[in-house]
Design a protein around this ligand. Structure first.
Ligand code: GRF
Length: 223
C-alpha cells in the first residue's frame, strides 16, 4: 500500500466572504479524489465573518465550518490567539487563506511559518493590499493576475509558489478584469495546495522550488 493511502494530511481553510476559492479547492479535491490519492483532507473551515457565504459552501461539501468573529475580540492579538487555538485542534499540515481578509499578527504568522498559504489577486510584488483590479486599471498595466505565496509578516509578502497572468484589455472594467483573474485563481490555488501536501515544494531562501512542475503551471500565461 503506498504511504499516501494511510497518511492523513489535514488542511484548515480560513475565509471571510464569498468562498469561491474555497469552493475551487473542495471541488478539485473531490474531482481528483485527494483523500485517496494523497491523504489530503480539508477538515475545517473558519471564518472571521458570520455572514460569509463560504460557510455554506463548506457545509455543502460536508466540511464543518465555524465563525470566530474578529469583532468579538478586543485586540488583534486576542483574535489571532483564538483563531490559532481553533486551528491547532486539527493539527493541520497547511493553513490556507482562501479569501481571508484580515491582517494577521506577526506572532500568528511565525507560528505557521511555511504552513500558511495565501492567494492574492495581483501579480505580486505589484499591487499588494486592497482594490488590486481598480489599481491595475488606473496604472495602465497590460498584464495583471494572481499569486499564491507563503505568508510572511509583510503585507501580501512572502515566497511565491506560482502565478497566473491575464491580459488587461482596453475595454476592461474592474468587474470584467476581476472575473478573469478569479477564473485563474480557481485553477492556481488548488494546484499549489496539492503540490505542497504532496511534498513537492521546498523553500530555498526566499525562493520556492517545486519538483516536477511545468513552467506553464508555475506561471500561467494568457493565450
Ligand atoms: C479573491 O480574489 C482572493 O484572491 C482574495 O480575496 C478574494 C476572495 O474571493 N484574497 P473568494 O471569497 O474566494 O470568492
Amino acid at each position: 500500500m503506498p504511504r499516501s493511502m494511510f497518511q492523513s494530511k489535514p488542511v484548515v481553510c480560513l475565509i471571510s466572504g464569498r468562498g469561491s476559492n474555497l469552493e475551487a479547492i473542495l471541488r478539485t479535491a473531490q474531482a481528483e479524489n485527494w483523500q485517496a490519492a494523497c491523504g489530503i483532507q480539508v477538515v475545517r473551515v473558519l471564518s472571521n465573518e458570520r455572514q460569509a457565504q463560504g460557510l455554506e459552501v463548506a457545509r455543502a461539501y460536508g466540511v464543518p465550518a465555524d465563525t470566530i468573529a474578529h469583532a468579538d475580540f478586543p485586540t488583534r492579538e486576542a483574535f489571532d490567539a483564538a483563531l490559532a487555538e481553533a486551528i491547532d485542534r486539527h493539527a493541520p499540515e497547511l493553513v490556507v487563506l482562501a479569501g481571508f481578509m484580515r491582517v494577521l499578527t506577526s506572532g500568528f504568522v511565525a507560528r505557521y511559518r511555511e504552513r500558511l498559504l495565501n492567494i492574492h489577486p495581483s501579480l505580486l510584488p505589484a499591487f499588494a493590499g486592497l482594490h488590486t483590479h481598480r489599481r491595475a486599471l488606473e496604472a495602465g498595466v497590460r498584464v495583471h493576475g494572481a499569486t499564491v505565496h507563503f505568508v510572511s509578516d509583510q503585507l501580501d509578502g512572502g515566497p511565491i509558489v506560482a502565478q497566473a497572468a491575464v491580459r488587461v484589455l482596453p475595454d476592461d472594467t474592474t468587474e470584467t478584469l476581476a472575473q478573469r483573474v478569479l477564473g485563474q485563481e480557481h485553477l492556481l490555488l488548488p494546484r499549489c495546495v496539492r503540490w505542497i501536501l504532496e511534498g513537492r515544494v521546498r523553500l530555498n531562501g526566499e525562493r520556492v522550488v517545486v519538483t516536477g512542475a511545468r513552467p506553464d503551471e508555475l506561471l500561467a500565461l494568457p493565450r
